[in-house]
Design a protein around this ligand. Structure first.
Ligand code: ATP
Length: 354
């Protein structure tokens, strides 16, 4: 446990007879930006609330900086929190909102004034101190909420879907700002989101959750390239799933063709699903022709930089979606009705039993 700043041990949460969290264990290092990602109802907010002490867990433990905090009330824990709905005090101006936690700690007046000025500068709103929340845009209010959350220099910053109430343009902008701010401050941060793009763009590590369980923990690159389960593969990014028969170590049969694949769980033959991302299907191949499969182009959709194509493999009911570069489609003269020889690289094929 020595390396981790926040340590969650076998956390269990039951509401009536509904199990919201099942024996969750997780370690977060100091300074890390971790995203809890998952579909609605998977338990990510429940987990965040347990860390904050806003709801007491049914069982299990939480340690922060080596101290057991599992049963401490929120006000005795060391965190700042930002909610989806900005939750600023409407009757206090921006400066007083930011100063709220500092005053609660009986911080001296000049120190409060200096810290508020510093934070207003940090969030890019140096002149907004005297304004009221209602006079600010959603994005600006969320920046103020962020400043308020970090005013007392908490050890842990908790962000509960902080961007989801904002419109798309502001959201993308603010996600860079939050990430940058977090990096500069080095504050250990947990963000809850159901938006995979947000998690991929912001997190050092993503915790993918489903039905109250952790499905996978990894860097954005690992989660995307090496999904540990069919759920992760389908939840993050776009993935094709093709029915296949495993016929031995490193070999699968898809339709009429036998292909090489890389990862195989240890035993047995039988029905599996082979998964491949649209951008991993290749129209050009170099050298190893063992993983070629022929497919008929059913349709093409021009999407600017790339062309999304729906293909049909002989003997396979499921369509195969492939993204070809617009240049390849033009150079090779690909059009609907063509039969293409496609390369499904072995190292890009994922195998799932369910
Ligand atoms: P969302 O993105 O929709 O908020 P989530 O992954 O954050 O989803 P949670 O809010 O953690 O999901 O809720 C997980 C499950 O626990 C849900 O089915 C929810 O209805 C249930 N739940 C959460 N809090 C309570 C509560 N206080 N009492 C009863 N059920 C609850």
């Amino acid at each position: 446990m020595s390396e981790s700043y926040l340590s969650i041990r076998r956390l269990h949460q039951v509401f009536g007879d509904f199990v919201a969290l099942r024996d969750i264990s997780l370690d977060i290092r100091e300074g890390e930006f971790v995203c809890f990602l998952g579909p609605s109802g998977c338990g990510k907010t429940t987990l965040l609330r347990a860390v904050a002490g806003l709801q007491l867990q049914t069982g299990g433990d939480i340690f922060q900086a080596g101290q057991r905090i599992s049963w401490l009330p929120p006000e005795q824990r060391d965190f700042g929190i930002v909610f989806q709905s900005y939750a600023l005090f409407p009757n206090l101006n921006v400066a007083d909102n930011i100063a709220y936690g500092l005053r609660n700690r009986r911080t001296g007046r000049s120190e409060v004034r200096a810290r508020v000025a510093e934070l207003l500068e940090l969030i890019g709103l140096p002149d907004a101190g005297k304004k009221y929340p209602s006079q600010l845009s959603g994005g600006q209010q969320q920046r103020v909420a962020l400043a308020r959350a970090i005013a007392t220099r908490p050890g842990l910053l908790l962000l509960d879907e902080p961007l989801s109430a904002l419109d798309a343009r502001v959201r993308v902008h603010l996600r860079h700002e939050i990430k940058e701010l977090q990096r500069r401050l080095g504050v250990t941060t947990i963000m809850v989101t159901h938006d995979q793009e947000e998690a991929l763009a912001m997190a050092d590590r993503i915790v993918v959750m489903n039905h109250g369980c952790i499905e996978q923990v990894g860097t954005p690159q690992q989660i995307y390239a090496e999904p540990a389960s069919a759920f992760v593969a389908s939840f993050v990014g776009t993935m094709n799933f093709l029915p296949a028969i495993r016929i031995g170590e490193g070999r699968v049969r898809i339709g009429e063709r036998t292909l090489n694949c890389r990862t195989l769980s240890p035993h047995g033959n039988g029905e599996v699903r082979v998964a491949i991302r649209p951008e991993d299907v290749r129209t050009r191949y170099n050298g190893d022709a063992s993983n070629l499969i022929s497919a008929r182009v059913r349709g093409l959709e021009f999407l600017g930089a790339f062309v999304r194509s729906e293909l049909e493999i002989d003997g396979v009911d499921e369509p195969l979606v492939a993204d070809f570069s617009a240049n390849d489609v033009r150079d090779l003269g690909i059009e609907a009705g063509n039969v293409l020889n496609l390369d499904l690289p072995a190292q890009r094929l994922h195998l799932f039993e369910h």
